[in-house]
Ligand binder design. Structure first.
Ligand code: F6P
Length: 448
């Protein structure tokens, strides 16, 4: 039984039935490229089988490390950027109360899972140190390359704090490293300092890595069930193998967004109606943007949070430039339901909603928006999920991963590389004065 249900029924106005049929041959070819490894970037497809084919011993070690952190720390500082933090952040948000990280220590059973190294903001780091205060903490530093500047700087700072608080020997036992099995400065440091280390498999790029140690350790520290997360992904892996578009909704989603893209709908908004899905969209944006935006083409991934943003972006979506398509993730059964109470009289004009629930109102907002935006010529697709359990999240993650693999090949690009992200790094190194970048540094400084 599938967990995710993809709904393209509101696309009639934009896509004829025969157009989907016409995509079948291209989808078959994309499926072969993905499954047989004949497409570009084939060395980075190990996420395809990861839910079934992962290192069980390491998985056990992740759980043991999580148990230790949960027993000796009030805070886990998770250091990483891009794919080395977005998956963990979105999963911790998705799987817990909206205010999970805000609860005071006396009201919580789980450590706070906080993030660093995903920007170069000094104020953020200063404020985070202040927030941790004198509470016990551990660090999980995550970097596949082991050399990314933002997390490297944050690690230096938080490691110094850890040593200051506990002394070097104990501090080293509170540092958990997730990195490549052999390359990079972080790997060398972990080996020399004896930090507990987890591996990011070679064949999995950062944005596809949430179901490896990259995501699993912080998610397990938060108290979420990582067995169920993997089980959900495994179910999706088994459900999405048939390339027949009438039988594979992940492939349907890939096909429809490419049909729409070719008609000029070049920006896709991923939308939600639950605030703790906001970071799901941030994770999705990296997955889609780094996979598809290359060779001067690709759908631009953006996002909106509803109904909040209907009061800010709603006007643009309804009547602005017509290059938008929308994909809504809608949760059929929210974690909690709240009734709209009865009151004496009808001064606020809400009597007609008495005995209704907030989820009823949210559902009507979703339905009303879908029809209004469709009338406004914004193609609407939706992805329904039953709940916010780890199983559903694992399933949903896999849905989007396999969809972007197919989508990338449909658009004739390599969905597994990200050459474009190097340009800013090279300039930054040159301007920072990193050894080896002196000539470029001189040139760039003249242009400033
Ligand atoms: O894990 P790393 O090597 O620190 O990289 C973090 C992120 O940086 C990128 O390489 C882009 O700069 C992403 O692809 C990746 O997810």
């Amino acid at each position: 039984m599938t967990t995710v249900s993809f709904d393209a029924s509101k696309l009639d106005k934009f896509v004829h039935d025969n157009e989907l049929d016409e995509m079948q041959a291209l989808v078959n070819a994309a499926d072969t490229e993905l499954r047989q490894g004949t497409g570009a970037g084939s060395a980075f497809r190990d996420w395809l089988t990861l839910p079934d084919d992962y290192d069980q011993a390491e998985f056990t070690r992740i759980k043991a490390a999580a148990a230790k952190i949960r027993s000796d720390s009030k805070v886990l500082v998770t250091i990483g950027i891009g794919g080395s933090y977005l998956g963990a952040k979105m999963a911790v948000d998705f799987l817990h109360d909206t205010f999970f990280n805000y609860l005071p220590d006396e009201q919580r059973q789980d450590p706070q899972v906080l993030f660093a190294g995903n920007s170069l903001s000094p104020s953020y780091v200063y404020d985070l140190i202040h927030l941790i205060g004198d509470r016990d903490f551990s660090i999980n530093v995550i970097s596949k390359s082991g050399t990314t500047t933002e997390p490297s700087i944050a690690f230096r700072i938080f490691k110094a704090k850890l040593i200051e608080k506990y002394g070097k020997t104990t501090a080293n036992q509170r540092i958990y490293v997730t990195t490549d099995k052999q390359r990079g400065a972080l790997k060398q440091e972990a080996a020399s300092e004896g930090y507990e280390t987890f591996i990011i498999p070679d064949g999995i790029g950062g944005r596809y890595s949430v179901l490896s140690a990259v995501g699993l350790l912080p998610i397990a520290v938060s108290g979420a069930d990582i067995d169920q997360l993997m089980a959900g992904a495994r179910d999706a892996m088994n459900d999405y193998t048939n390339p027949d578009l009438t039988k594979n909704e992940a492939y349907q989603y890939a096909a429809y967004r490419n049909i729409l893209y070719r008609k000029g709908f070049t920006t896709e908004l991923l939308e939600n109606y639950e605030p703790n899905l906001q970071y799901f969209a941030e994770w999705w944006k990296q997955l889609m943007g780094e996979s598809e935006g290359k060779d001067q083409k690709g759908i631009y991934p953006s996002s909106a949070n509803f109904s909040t943003d209907l009061h800010s972006l709603g006007q643009y979506i309804q009547e602005g430039l017509r290059n938008l398509m929308e994909t809504v993730i809608f949760i059929d059964k929210p974690n909690h339901e709240v009734a709209i109470p009865k009151t004496d009289g009808n001064l606020d004009g809400l009597q007609y909603l008495e005995d209704r629930t907030m989820h009823f109102a949210n559902t009507k907002a979703f339905q009303g928006v879908t029809l209004a935006h469709t009338d406004g010529n914004v193609p609407n697709m939706s992805v329904h999920i039953p709940d916010q359990t780890p199983h559903t999240l694992g399933y949903l993650i896999y849905f989007f991963e396999v969809a972007v693999g197919i989508s990338g090949y449909l658009n004739g690009i390599n969905p597994f590389n990200q050459p474009g992200v190097e340009a800013y790094k090279t300039n930054m190194f040159a301007l920072l004065g990193k050894p080896g970048f002196e000539t470029l540094g001189t040139e760039l400084n003249k242009r400033l």
